[in-house]
Design a protein around this ligand. Structure first.
Ligand code: NAD
Length: 370
């Protein structure tokens, strides 16, 4: 089915409020999730809601938290997210880092112990909207590992995302409506949520994206079902996602642990640290005011000229023009704002089930969606 963003937003916000969130928090989280769907990242969109409901019930996700400033030392800011909704806590921590950056030109912000931060590109878009450059390295703890190290045959890391954001220009338009140059990626070949999307749609994966429990390449998203739906009795033995670009992505994932996990003081995925089957993100962020380094009109010209240079390469396949990072999300945003967000039946059922668990009736939810 196709759903327009506004009614979807209403429904998601209502479920979040039933889960204990203030109106303000519910709106921020709903907006983040729906925008992830609009950007084409269904893995980090409203399909996460049933998981959040499970985490609320297990008291592993705490509504209405604010980032706690642990340390302010010159241009260093260290926050603790207090297991709050990452989408809400992360937004506030970024606002404070951007504010500080206007003063100092460079800020190192860390945010530890926040529940799932969602689509990391959202924080890059916050910087872009403020005319700032930002770099984000994120690790995942409190969850079983999902990604095999290069040459390994079982999961040792998570999908540790990296996001790099550069403000746009008139030709390469700025956020918040559309991302500018925004690289936002898991360090695994695909994010875990993409296997959930494939499972819900009963689709096979491209070969090499996952390995089975014997370490052999597989196309079956079911090898990840045990991580996604641990309560189901008939899951196949656990497999793993594979790292992006072999040892190079594996190296980046390792640095997400060292920067995002260790320097934030949140901890890495090494097995001495607790795993309670939730998702805790720790983020290492640099925010940079480019005006402190270069002349902004010259920078904008360079961005445009560089993007044009890359896109000027004749496409190897005429149906697939050269893009730059951020373009696929921009294209998806335009299409989905116009035609609506596709939601498969299984995901829809899981969302309604999540709402019912919190006490909303099916009719109330269908009214909100109408
Ligand atoms: P992806 O593979 O769809 O895209 C990765 C990047 O590549 C994007 O910046 C995109 O713009 C760019 N890209 C895609 N096609 C391109 C092309 N043809 N030419 C040039 N650039 C192109 O994304 P992903 O790695 O599957 O990650 C999905 C989302 O999952 C991200 O938003 C990420 O932040 C999120 N994530 C979050 C967590 C977490 O713990 N919170 C963990 C992993 C991933």
């Amino acid at each position: 089915m196709l759903i327009q963003p506004k009614p979807l937003n209403r429904l998601v916000a209502a479920i979040l409020k039933k889960g204990g969130s203030s109106n303000e928090e519910a709106l921020v989280v709903a907006d983040h999730l729906v925008r992830s769907n609009l950007a084409g990242h269904d893995s980090h969109g409203v399909g996460m809601l049933p998981f959040y409901v499970r985490m609320l019930k297990a008291n592993l996700l705490h509504p209405n938290q604010k980032p706690d400033l642990l340390k302010a030392d010159g241009s260093i800011m260290m926050f603790d997210g207090q297991r709050g909704y990452g989408q809400a806590v992360g937004k506030i921590a970024m606002e404070q880092a951007i504010e500080k950056c206007r003063e100092t030109g460079l800020v190192l912000m860390t945010l530890r112990n926040t529940h799932h931060l969602g689509r990391i590109g959202t924080y890059g878009e916050q910087s872009i909207a403020a005319g700032m450059v930002s770099l984000h390295f994120v690790n995942v703890t409190d969850h079983s590992p999902l990604v095999a190290p290069f040459r390994g045959s079982d999961a040792r890391f998570s999908t540790n995302p990296i996001c790099l954001a550069m403000p746009g220009t008139k030709k390469q338009p700025p956020a918040p409506d559309v991302p500018a140059v925004l690289l936002d990626m898991a360090t695994s070949r695909i994010a875990l949520g993409k296997t959930r999307v494939a499972l819900n749609k009963d689709e096979a994966l491209t070969d090499g994206l996952v390995i089975n429990h014997k370490g052999q390449p597989s196309t079956d998203p079911g090898v990840m079902a045990g991580y996604l739906f641990p309560e189901r009795p008939d899951n196949p033995p656990l497999g793993a996602l594979t790292p992006l670009g072999e040892y190079k992505g594996y190296g980046l994932a390792l640095f997400c642990e060292l920067l995002g996990g260790m320097l934030s003081s949140g901890g890495t995925i090494q097995p001495e640290n607790e795993r309670r089957n939730s998702i805790i993100n720790n983020m290492f962020t640099l925010v940079i005011d480019p005006a402190r380094l270069v002349d902004v009109p010259w920078m904008q010209h360079e961005v445009e000229a560089l993007v044009a240079h890359a896109k000027g390469s004749p496409p190897a396949n005429p149906d697939e023009p050269v893009l730059v990072a951020g373009d696929p999300e921009r294209i998806s945003l335009q299409e989905r704002q116009l035609h609506g967000i596709p939601i498969d039946d299984t995901t829809w059922e899981q969302i309604l089930e999540g709402g019912k668990t919190l006490g909303l009736s099916q009719n109330e939810m269908l009214d909100l969606k109408a």
